[in-house]
Design a protein around this ligand. Structure first.
Ligand code: THU
Length: 142
């Protein structure tokens, strides 16, 4: 079971700072809802992503998936923490699609949700997506 205390405060601060910076590059002309995400790899690297919207709406990529895609493209697939920043009073949690994509790479993951005013909330993938379907389920089908 992941816990936010598994990650030291310095790492959470580095993730928060990276997420704040990348959120400024969000492409969100339709929703005007800018999101930033920063993911920490088990070997200490940080990859970032912002939401990238599209006129067809459904082609939009969330910040979390942009960050994971960037990490995977760089050869990183093992993660130890994620930070997401949204400008709302109660910092938003990753959407359902992003939860499933996080689950592709993580058994569990501590997640920090923040806002620009300094609010912080913590959760985990297990909490956000219990009883999930994953590649491990294939093992039992053969
Ligand atoms: N969004 C994210 O980037 N991450 C989430 O987990 C929730 C939603 C983006 C998608 C869209 O650009 C905007 O927020 C409004 O839904």
């Amino acid at each position: 079971m992941a816990d936010h205390k598994d990650i030291d405060e310095q790492s959470w601060q580095a993730l928060a700072s990276a997420a704040i910076t990348v959120r400024e590059r969000a492409y969100a002309p339709y929703s005007a809802f800018a999101v930033g995400a920063a993911i920490l790899t088990t070997d200490g690297r940080i990859f970032t992503g912002c939401n990238v919207e599209n006129a067809t709406y459904g082609a939009t990529s969330c910040a979390e998936r942009t960050a994971i895609g960037s990490a995977v493209a760089a050869g990183a697939r093992e993660f130890s923490a994620l930070c997401v920043i949204t400008d709302v009073e109660h910092p938003s949690a990753p959407c359902g699609i992003c939860r499933q994509v996080i689950a592709e790479f993580c058994d569990d993951l501590p997640i920090m949700m923040i806002n620009p005013a300094g609010a912080r909330a913590f959760t985990t993938l297990d909490e956000l997506l219990p009883l999930r379907f994953s590649g491990r389920d294939f093992k039992f089908s053969r």
